[in-house]
Design a protein around this ligand. Structure first.
Ligand code: N01
Length: 553
């Protein structure tokens, strides 16, 4: 033996993650006859919907739209019980998709990719995993989601807590019963707002520890009416197409051109009431300028504040629950079922952390200044290192061993949120710099996966071995993403959109707010212009084809 390392057989692609994006990516690439392996940290498919199984977890996009559109058979056969699906139902759907398209056979579960290193001599990616094995592939596709890097704040004393503590995004698989227990919930973002009403129905007492109050709009969820389902299914492809032409990739029920600023007080009230009754995220979309016009936003925000005042009986509690420090929708708008009503229950106490943050977790509770709240359980609904966190957790190295952690030290830099200069053949699904979290994610995912699939076909047809963005194109895109964000009110809030929830994270507005429709057109224009802004190269060494042929599986 020469002692030379024996490399594993070269795959066409490794896809990291088996959530909505990874599964569809696998399906599309296999259709092209490519050899693909998916590596997934969880023990089963589902991504976000596998991990976030806390009570009350639910999607805030209607089920008829938060689902794949690529298979007419699939979208016709699947029956959603509710307008907004709960986590177990979405997971059941994802499992059905995995079975229907026979996806599991190419997925390695329970394995985390820890490093991805680009080998310039062979133009391939070497991926190292938590199991100590190595995979080699021509293309690496990061389908790891925007919320797979959860955070628990470092609070003194947690290790000495005698009770149990949970994290919404790492919820145990077995049923957790809070009956008879005193529970502290820390965090009132989307997860906390969904969880609190459900836990309050079981627990002896719930202490809601709120650092920043959030705007939340009622979902008005309920059983999916057969007529509504039939209406969608009778013309599914067309309605999906209509969604593609919108900025949020959502087909909305109503929109109005009424300007809240120009309208009379009566007109304002009537329109706002109408949009409140529609509910959910559509409240933000109903008026076209809420994210751009502060005056308009102030009017809508005050309407929501009044709804909180009307709902919450104790005025001091209502006051503490009312957001005052940032415009409506500039922190991710929450969608709830009975959130504010929950504070009228005798067994719910709002702990306003603006009067003092949590100093310590004692063996039996939570201490804020001199006051100790005695609890049996603590639930952390404290969010994620969103968008960049999952990618930066992996030691990704491109040309000249350049690290993504160094490259993104001042914030993420991508071209279209899809690729990174100096990191050839590395694709990101719904990465920073793409609309992703500001849209219906399933649509954003399908658009990215389709774009990547077409790109790989193009490379193959033209005998290219690598593709990567040009630095200038990437710089211009980063500039554009920032400029567009600065035209809106969104950068004003201390949100995870700008990384404000993570100490030391550069303050950069990460997703692209220019609108899904315009973004998708831009992606297509780039393709039509022969992949404008990208550089494609042929084999670096003459024997490349031979090496690939010898090692290919
Ligand atoms: O996380 P978050 P999330 N002490 O970051 C608080 C998607 N999602 O899991 O605002 C006390 O929004 C923190 O306070 P503050 C959706 O895109 C979707 O709830 O930073 N509190 C905040 O209240 C969503 O936006 C769905 O001051 C602390 C909370 O924890 C995204 O995921 C459902 C703290 C974190 O809220 C993230 O939502 C769920 C500390 N030390 C999630 N540290 C749907 O589809 C943090 N907080 C509906």
């Amino acid at each position: 033996m020469s002692g030379e390392e024996i490399l594993p057989k070269m795959l066409d692609a490794v896809v990291v993650g088996a959530g909505f994006s990874g599964l569809y990516m696998l399906h599309r690439l296999r259709e092209q006859g490519l050899s693909v392996k998916v590596v997934e940290a969880g023990d089963d498919v589902g991504g976000t919907w596998y991990w976030n199984r806390y009570p009350g977890a639910r999607c805030d996009i209607e089920s008829m739209q938060y689902s794949y559109s690529f298979s007419e058979e699939l979208q016709q056969e699947w029956k959603w019980p509710e307008v907004f699906s709960c986590q177990p139902e979405i997971l059941r759907y994802i499992n059905h998709v995995a079975d229907k398209f026979d996806l599991r056979k190419d997925i390695q579960f329970g394995t985390r990719v820890t490093a991805a290193i680009f080998d310039e001599t062979q133009s391939c990616w070497e991926m190292h995993t938590s199991r100590g094995d190595k995979l080699v592939a021509k293309f690496c596709i990061m389908a790891i989601g925007c919320f797979s890097s959860p955070r628990i704040p470092q609070i003194k004393g947690l290790d000495r807590f005698n009770g149990k503590y949970y994290q919404t995004s790492r919820w145990p698989h077995e049923n957790i019963c809070f009956t008879g227990r005193r529970v502290a919930v820390i965090g009132t973002g989307s997860s906390g707002i969904q969880l609190i009403p459900v836990i309050a129905e079981q627990a002896d007492h719930v202490f809601v520890c709120q650092r920043t109050p959030n705007f939340s709009i009622p979902a008005h969820n309920g059983p999916l009416q057969p007529e509504y389902e039939q209406w969608w299914k009778s013309n599914y492809a067309e309605y999906r197409r209509q969604a593609l032409e919108t900025p949020f990739a959502i087909k909305v029920k109503h929109e109005t051109s009424t300007s809240l600023v120009a309208a009379t007080p009566e007109e304002r009230q009537a329109e706002l009431e109408k949009s409140w009754q529609i509910g959910g995220l559509e409240f933000l979309i109903y008026f076209h300028d809420l994210l751009f016009n502060k005056e308009s936003n102030d009017i809508a925000a005050e309407f929501v504040r009044n709804k909180i005042r009307e709902t919450v009986k104790k005025s001091e509690v209502a006051d503490a629950l009312i957001p005052q420090t940032y415009p409506l929708g500039t922190k991710r708008l929450c969608v709830d079922s009975n959130y504010f009503q929950t504070f009228n229950r005798d067994n719910v106490t709002l702990v306003d952390l603006r009067n003092g943050s949590i100093d310590e977790i004692t063996p039996t509770g939570i201490r804020i200044k001199e006051k100790i709240y005695e609890v049996d359980d603590i639930v952390f609904a404290t969010g994620f290192d969103a968008m960049t966190g999952p990618l930066l957790e992996i030691d990704i190295r491109g040309r000249s061993n350049k690290s993504i952690r160094d490259k993104w030290a001042e914030g993420p830099r991508t071209y279209l949120g899809l690729m990174i200069a100096d990191f050839p053949n590395l694709f990101i699904v719904a990465g920073p710099g793409s609309p992703s979290v500001l849209t219906n994610m399933t649509v954003a995912i399908e658009q990215h996966v389709d774009w990547i699939t077409e790109c790989l076909k193009y490379l193959s047809k033209n005998h290219y071995h690598t593709i990567e963005p040009q630095v200038e194109a990437e710089n211009n895109w980063v500039l554009h993403v920032n400029e567009i964000a600065n035209l809106t009110l969104l950068p004003l809030a201390n949100s995870w959109y700008v990384g404000a929830n993570i100490v030391g994270k550069p303050r950069v507005f990460m997703p692209y707010i220019g609108g899904f429709n315009l973004y998708a057109k831009k992606c297509q224009d780039i393709v039509n212009n022969d992949y404008e802004g990208f550089t494609c190269t042929k084999a670096l060494i003459e024997s490349y084809d031979k090496i690939v042929a010898e090692n290919h599986c």
